[in-house]
Design a protein around this ligand. Structure first.
Ligand SMILES: *Cc1c(COP(=O)(O)O)cnc(C)c1O
Length: 433
């Protein structure tokens, strides 16, 4: 075929041929732990390639050996995921956390410095601060608004600029939708590369991907996903993925083989099914979110809405990054109700359609309270610094009818008890004391 087919077309066919499986139109679940070799010579050849004892021949296919190393559901899923990010290679995992932890373990060494954007997903934050540090890796954070000069300054001041191993970012940040400039991180990483060791830039693209943001095109080396979210999209599976150049992903796959945290055939098969509707679902979710965000911003019980679609040129740098990096404002809307925890809980407890649950990116809408739920582990001072207030609600907008959703959100907002600002304490300026 001469035509350059779009990913949404290829999701139904790429990497699989019906004649491989009795004409089955759909790729079956290869629920098997091991694969029979036709001859001993063939088994030997498969192992030589799998263990890197020799280069794979130009026409040679990697033979199926054992489902911890390879399995058709895993490999076809990797082939299809690659298309959205135009990545050379992909490795899929049994969870987003296993994709993230495996990539970080593979590319960091004791004594290295890891620079991370704040806030990070709770699981990732625990992993870098409480697990990687046990292996002698130093972790420093920076806020999403940090300029190139500020990033250079953080690395210089750490006293470990010759050991910077990776810049790891989440953009837009969860739950605040703050943006980090990927190209700026690339340029900072380039400053500290040395002796043939490149400083890697890794982006957790769960919030936007793989449709609305393509970090590899902005200079990232690795893209990570919790495939539990948009990619799976039905709140019925936990999975993850890591994408990038073949050279890096081969290393990630080798560590995956020995940690044994690869995706299971059934999970891989479920994700193949999810990918067929990925774009449809995400587009509908974002369309709904844009309506919801605009209406929330006008509701008297809402103090502020954090949504990429509401950024304007007045927001300066954030607006510029959004225009450069994202092709859609997405379907994650965070907003502060007037008041605090009491008012936020009243809202959550009165929802009838939207489920009160963590996770995101699914067909059904979900709402939660970051300060006491997903970000409960973040210290008080950091919560304030990152903008995770007691009044903040995070909403993941699904594919329901938008008027049903708004009906639900509005009735729950209307039930929030009237909040009176406490009378301001009379403060005497030091000049008058
Ligand atoms: C959910 C999530 C993860 C972790 O993924 P799991 O599939 O739950 O292991 C990592 N990063 C982000 C941004 C997430 O939302």
């Amino acid at each position: 075929m001469k035509r350059d087919l779009k990913p949404e077309t290829l999701m139904m066919s790429h990497g699989y041929r019906p004649e491989w499986s009795e004409g089955a139109v759909k790729c079956p679940i290869f629920q098997t732990s091991t694969f029979a070799f036709r001859t001993a010579e063939e088994g030997k050849a498969f192992f030589e390639v799998a263990y890197g004892l020799r280069e794979k021949g130009a026409k040679e296919r990697t033979g199926l050996i054992y489902s911890r190393l390879n399995n058709p559901d895993m490999e076809i899923l990797e082939e299809r995921l690659k298309l959205w990010d135009k990545a050379e290679a992909c490795a899929v995992f049994e969870s987003g956390m296993s994709a993230i932890s495996t990539a970080l373990f593979e590319f960091l060494r004791p004594g290295d410095l890891l620079l991370c954007s704040n806030p990070l997903y709770g699981g990732t934050s625990h992993f870098v601060h409480h697990v990687l540090t046990k292996f002698g890796i130093e972790v420093l954070g920076f806020s999403p608004g940090a300029s190139r000069e500020e990033l250079l300054q953080i690395v210089e001041a750490s006293g470990k600029k010759d050991r910077l191993g990776m810049i790891y970012i989440e953009t837009p940040a969860n739950p605040t939708n703050d943006l980090v400039d990927i190209a700026v991180c690339r340029s900072v990483a380039n400053v500290f590369g040395r002796n043939g060791r490149q400083v890697l830039v890794a982006v957790d693209n769960t919030y936007m991907g793989p449709i609305w943001q393509h970090p590899l095109r902005h200079g990232a080396d690795l893209v990570l996903y919790s495939a539990t979210k948009y990619i799976g999209g039905h709140s019925d599976v936990i999975a993850g993925a890591c994408l990038g150049p073949t050279e890096l992903i081969s290393r990630v796959k080798t560590l995956r083989t020995f940690l044994g945290n690869m995706i299971a055939p059934h999970t891989g098969w479920l994700l193949l099914r999810s990918l067929e509707t990925l774009k449809l679902r995400m587009e509908k979710q974002s369309e709904n979110a844009q309506v919801i965000a605009r209406r929330l911003a006008r509701h008297p019980k809402v103090a502020k809405v954090h949504y990429l679609g509401l950024l304007t040129p007045e927001d300066g740098e954030a607006y510029e990054i959004y225009r450069r990096q994202c092709s859609s404002p997405g379907a994650m809307v965070s907003f502060e109700v007037k008041g605090g925890e009491k008012e936020a809980f009243s809202f959550l407890n009165h929802l009838k359609i939207v489920k009160l649950a963590v996770s995101l990116g699914s067909t059904e809408s979900l709402a939660q309270h970051p300060a006491t739920m997903t970000h409960a582990g973040v210290g008080h001072a950091e919560k304030i610094a990152f903008g995770i207030s007691d009044a903040l609600i995070r909403l993941s907008v699904g594919v329901e009818h938008v008027e049903d959703l708004w009906w639900d959100l509005e009735q729950a907002l209307d039930k929030i008890p009237e909040h009176r600002e406490p009378a301001p304490e009379v403060m005497l300026s030091p000049n008058y004391v």
